[in-house]
Design a protein around this ligand. Structure first.
Ligand code: C2E
Ligand code: MG
Ligand code: MG
Ligand code: MG
Length: 300
């Protein structure tokens, strides 16, 4: 009986919610030391120019090899990192690590190296030291500012008087470019586009993914995507579709004039050696020989 009562009480909790709470705790307890222990690593996902199929960019996506929980994706810990402030050292580490990697690709492959795109947390964009941090990272890694794009979200800039705007303008003056990530999901006032020196809009994967949700109107979904592409072009911006999972979607996006695409159809986020292999493979001369940096996949 007691057992049954216990079990009955247990069902008051959603077991999934509970599991999440536990791992959130595990995550927040270990995170402060995880950076020093070298438990984070970065995968890179190809961004493809739809007009010619070339991999012109890669997005750095952070992961955490947690000793008990296995490899965690950013959805599991970036939120906690933002709440606790750990996003600052973590974000700095990602920038440093990714710029170092991108500079290595430039050294090995010259102008065929992909441009690097790094996600910037809201807190990072609001931090007074941001511009100096990025200046320093570019200097120490030797990466040209034109090879770096920062992805911000619609919630990063809240108004024309926003302090973050100054920093973002300074970065663009340095030659770094800006993209708006998850564009169209933020319920935001689009007027921010007049104040923000962005050059690319990334259409959230949820728009493209929803095109295959049988419960949703596919025709309308495509018209929204097509409208976002037009909006970007009207503003003189390039546009990237995220979450492209099929050849048919890629073709349709290409036909509507979408400039870039990212998604499983073109490649999942992978270890840097795999990116190097793809760059080398795209070049007929180098593909015959051995490409630098394209060794077997290792741990980091
Ligand atoms: P995001 O910047 O919008 O990145 C795209 C996410 O979509 C990635 O998830 C990627 O793995 C996933 N994705 C790519 N192609 C497909 C596809 O075809 N289908 C589906 N279903 N998903 C696809 P991931 O790696 O889990 O990252 C989630 C989010 O975490 C990112 O969304 C970004 O907002 C954040 N994030 C990742 N790395 C960092 C970082 O270094 N700093 C900060 N602040 N945030 C990061
Ligand atoms: Mg992103
Ligand atoms: Mg996105
Ligand atoms: Mg996202």
């Amino acid at each position: 009986r007691a057992k049954e009562a216990g079990r009955g009480r247990w069902t008051l909790f959603d077991p999934k919610e509970n599991a999440r709470a536990v791992s959130r705790y595990a995550v927040s307890v270990r995170m402060p030391t995880a950076l020093d222990r070298g438990e984070f690593f970065i995968d890179y996902q190809p961004m493809i120019d739809l007009s010619n199929g070339a991999m012109t960019g890669v997005e750095a996506l952070v992961r955490w090899r947690h000793p008990q929980l296995g490899v965690l994706g950013p959805e599991e810990f970036v939120g906690v990192a933002e709440e606790t402030g750990l996003i600052m050292p973590l974000g700095r580490w990602v920038l440093e690590q990714a710029c170092e990697q991108a500079a290595e690709w430039v050294a090995a492959f010259g102008d065929r190296a992909p441009k690097l795109s790094v996600n910037l947390a809201v807190r990072q964009a609001r931090n007074a030291g941001l511009v100096a941090d990025i200046e320093r990272v570019l200097r120490t890694t030797g990466l040209d500012p034109s090879m770096l794009q920062l992805e911000i979200t619609e919630s990063t800039v809240v108004g024309p008087e926003d302090e973050a705007l100054k920093a973002l303008h300074a970065l663009v003056d340095m030659g770094v470019s800006l993209a708006v990530d998850d564009f169209g999901t933020g319920w935001s006032n689009l007027a921010y586009l007049r104040d923000l020196p962005v050059s690319n809009l990334k259409i959230a994967g949820s728009f493209v993914g929803d095109l295959h949700d049988p419960a949703k109107d596919t025709h309308l979904g495509w018209r929204i995507v097509s409208g976002l592409v037009s909006l970007a072009h009207t503003l003189g911006l390039s546009v990237t579709a995220e979450g492209v999972e099929s050849r048919a979607d890629a073709e349709r996006l290409r036909l509507m004039g979408c400039d870039l695409a990212q998604g499983w159809h073109f490649g999942r986020p992978v270890r840097p050696a795999e990116i190097a292999r793809r760059i080398a493979e795209a070049d007929p001369e180098r593909a015959a020989g051995t490409a630098p940096g394209a060794g077997p996949e290792g741990v980091d």
